[in-house]
Design a protein around this ligand. Structure first.
Ligand code: PMP
Length: 406
């Protein structure tokens, strides 16, 4: 690939080229969702203009073409995360549904009274609540692994918490609220040491560097297409074959069965057992286009660019009076959460938006960690590889105006 050049790749993202409230858009809300390159948008159009039909069941050319592209995307995603086999990639509606699938299917058939599920104290609600739901049903508990003042997971505390009653350790790869990169390799190793399974929420990791299922050795890994430059409402669940094979279906319906009769129904093989109903065919194919797009990028160069941008943004933040960074781990990626002294995060967000700067404000679906910091929420600027130093300069120029105004 060509050496990474943020200015050049920006041109692949048509949405970035617009004015908001009279100012050129500065998009710093990539942890909420990333923008889509033209190739992804075109894949959606091409599908609906040329191939639209249902997958896996048609006896005609369009259905064959749709099926072939749909399954090719599965192979692309499997290769992208270095999964041993494509059938280990199950399409979901997103990270949230992936976790619900595992909590519901694996959890209901494996958790019992007295069992423990550990999650980090900085988890997104989607990696807390599904576990709480199944735990309540089964008489199990969901307990937080402590996080220190810098937003770093306390591995020693995890080690102390682990015993044979712990059946699942569910942990984010990167915190969407703080930007902390968690030492998931060690979390997985420690959990396996007591026979617990692991689920890694990769929603905020996959867009920043290549993840490797075989090197990680996690049992489940989940992510969303829309945070990886693909369409909304789609995601992937990776799981180990033996676990997925043993798990009961999550939803019943078409596609997930082998044969149906009133005497008894048998289920389809992987991955179809977990894919009841007509899937988001267009989305899956366009997700494949997003993977193709990433594969032709200099990803190491993109990661280095993002790292330098975050360092620059944090340096500017530290030099700005009244700015307090929330999340100061030495190992962070692409998220800068902060507060402006004397200002509510929502007001800061609104005043930044008036100057064309898009950030997110609030608790970032991570209320427990916000509570630990004693804040109602933060202002979050989150980066993707198409952001530039100019975007950061615009953010701080706009913040300076907010500071004078408030
Ligand atoms: N986990 C993390 C770490 C996230 O950042 C998000 C999205 N904010 C989710 C889970 C949920 O993803 P989705 O809404 O795409 O299901």
């Amino acid at each position: 690939p060509l050496p990474f050049d943020a200015e050049r790749v920006r041109a692949d993202f048509p949405i970035l080229n617009q004015e908001v409230n009279g100012h050129p858009l500065v998009y710093l809300d990539n942890a909420a969702t990333t923008q889509k390159p033209r190739a992804v948008i075109q894949a959606l159009v091409d599908y609906y203009e040329q191939d639209n039909s249902n997958v896996h069941r048609g006896a005609h050319a369009l259905a064959d073409r749709a099926t072939q592209k749909f399954e090719a995307a599965r192979v692309k995603v499997a290769e992208f995360i270095n999964a041993p086999e494509a059938r280990q990639v199950i399409w979901t509606r997103g990270t949230t549904e992936g976790i619900n699938l595992v909590a519901s299917s694996w959890g209901r058939s494996n958790l019992k009274a007295g069992d423990r599920v550990l999650v980090s104290a900085m988890e997104h609600h989607s990696n807390i609540v599904p576990w709480q739901m199944v735990a309540a049903e089964k008489g199990a508990t969901v307990e937080p692994i402590p996080v220190d003042v810098d937003g770093v997971l306390d591995l020693a505390a995890l080690q102390d918490m682990l015993d044979e009653r712990v059946k699942m350790v569910a942990c984010g790869h990167v915190s969407n609220a703080l930007g902390t990169v968690n030492p998931v390799e060690q979390v997985i190793r420690l959990a396996h040491g007591v026979g617990a399974l692991t689920l890694i929420d990769g929603a905020q990791a996959v867009s920043h560097w290549p993840v490797d299922m075989q090197a990680l050795d996690c049992d489940f890994y989940v992510f969303s297409a829309h945070k990886l430059f693909g369409p909304t409402g789609l995601g992937a669940l990776y799981g180990k074959v033996a676990l997925l094979d043993a798990m009961p279906p999550y939803q019943g319906g078409g596609e997930m069965i082998e044969s149906v009769s009133f005497a008894g129904t048998t289920y389809n093989q992987l991955p179809y057992k977990f894919e009841a109903g007509t899937p988001d065919i267009a989305g899956v194919i366009a997700f494949g286009a997003a993977i193709d797009y990433l594969n032709q990028l200099d990803r190491a160069g993109a990661a280095a660019h993002e790292k330098a941008l975050l360092a620059y943004a944090e340096e500017r933040a530290r030099a700005t009076p009244g700015v307090r960074l929330i999340g100061t781990s030495a190992n962070k990626t692409s998220v800068m959460s902060f507060l402006l002294e004397g200002a509510h995060p929502n007001d800061v967000g609104m005043l930044l938006d008036q100057q064309g700067v898009a950030v997110r404000t609030g608790n970032h679906c991570a209320q427990p960690i916000m509570e630990q910091y004693g804040v109602p929420g933060t202002v979050r600027a989150s980066l993707a590889f198409y952001n530039t130093r100019d975007d950061i300069d615009r953010l701080f120029a706009a913040l300076e105006k907010v500071r004078l105004f408030l």
